[in-house]
Write a protein that binds this ligand. Structure first.
Ligand code: UD1
Length: 357
């Protein structure tokens, strides 16, 4: 059995690592890197830390408008699939790389297997939501991370090929946890002790692309009354510069904001594990914070990872600074049930792939 797997953006490298390891020796895997993320700290660092093999194909798609980026990936993936004729194409998550690879494969009648199927924010204003919906409807094998994801698929009439396998990010985190130092040297170098700082990231279009909303996010982070380590995505750095918000941000109104470039996977896990709280609009970090037992304050109005909110570990605050401060002041629950599987999702995915190909 030969599988082509397609990755391109930071969280996909994390998701692919445990699956690639589980495929090794059982399935012939050919990896395509679309080049959606290309800066060394957004890509190479992840491959090195996660022990991912160098992809056989690099499409070099780079940045651009949604249509430009998606189109470049679509034609690049099609070329590889025409030459390679794999038994299935494995795609991850909800990025433009995901939808482009799924569409290229489906049109060539190559079965699509989607890891992280069935997630919904029910906000079609998010590019990721459009990518999720379309990818799921193009897929023959749908690997859902949670029962809620299975229910979402059923509500859209998708029941065939659905496997509830758990979340591969749990697999990745369980492998990484023993490799990270807490307190992390990056926090220590900033003079921050475990439990006495927050970690923040912001990169969604809905937060970064409107200068007024970006300003709200900056104000929120600078009024937390707690030092903040803010790892800045290149998209966000560009938006902050254009809005004239970068200068002076480190002298927050009531909290010091330490701006860092994007940090590696293991560094982020170490920083989150030692943090009092995580503030983010990322999907993956909401779950990682939960798994690490660090409360999360999500800078959005809705989430795909509803279970973390129901369990009391994640609070949706939008960009409301007062609600963020209130969430930080509240006590973490005592219980932290296993929401997203036991860390063996990747093996289940490979078993189902072999049974389905
Ligand atoms: C993408 C995904 C998002 C995912 C995120 C993970 C889409 C629509 N969005 O968002 O779902 O959560 O990845 O990080 O696919 N840039 C660089 N260097 C890089 C990569 C990006 O400078 O290596 C800058 C460019 O200015 C680029 C911008 O970041 O235009 C946005 O990058 P893009 O890949 O379009 O989307 P992300 O915001 O990373």
């Amino acid at each position: 059995v030969r599988i082509v797997s397609v990755v391109g953006a930071r969280p996909q490298f994390v998701k692919a690592a445990p699956v690639s390891a589980a495929l090794a020796g059982r399935v012939d895997e050919v990896m395509i890197h679309t080049g959606q993320h290309y800066d060394p700290e957004m890509s190479d660092t992840f491959f090195a830390e996660l022990g991912l093999a160098e992809p056989l194909h690099h499409l070099g798609a780079g940045s651009g408008s949604h249509a430009e980026q998606t189109a470049r990936i679509l034609t690049g993936v099609e070329r590889v699939l025409q030459d390679d004729r794999p038994d299935a194409v494995l795609v991850y998550g909800d990025t433009n790389s995901t939808i482009a690879a799924a569409l290229a494969a489906a049109k060539l009648h190559v079965p699509v297997a989607h890891v992280e199927a069935g997630l919904r924010s029910f906000d079609r204003g998010m590019p990721e939501e459009l990518n999720r919906v379309v990818t799921d409807h193009l897929s023959s094998l749908l690997f859902a991370p949670s029962p809620v994801a299975v229910d979402n698929l059923r509500a859209e009439g998708v029941t065939s090929g659905v496997h509830m396998v758990g979340d591969v990010m749990v697999d990745a985190l369980l492998r990484a946890r023993d490799r990270v130092a807490v307190p992390h040297p990056v926090a220590t170098a900033l003079g921050l002790r475990a439990g006495e700082y927050a970690v923040a990231t912001v990169h969604r279009a809905a937060t970064t692309d409107d200068p007024a909303r970006l300003r709200l996010a900056v104000e929120l982070l600078s009024r937390l009354e707690l030092p903040v380590i803010f790892a800045v995505h290149p998209r966000t750095r560009g938006a902050l510069e254009r809005a004239g918000l970068l200068d002076g941000m480190e002298r927050g109104e009531s909290s010091v904001v330490h701006l860092l470039p994007p940090v590696s996977y293991l560094t982020m896990i170490g920083l989150m594990a030692g943090a009092r709280a995580v503030l983010t609009d990322s999907g993956g970090m909401q779950k990682e914070a939960y798994l690490l037992g660090t409360p999360c304050v999500t800078l959005r109005d809705q989430t795909e990872w509803v279970e973390t909110v129901e369990a009391g570990w994640n609070t949706l605050v939008g960009l409301d600074a007062a609600r963020a401060r209130a969430a930080l002041a509240s006590r973490a629950p005592l219980e932290r049930p296993e929401l997203y599987g036991d860390g063996h999702a990747a093996e289940r995915i490979v078993d189902a792939l072999l049974a389905g190909c």
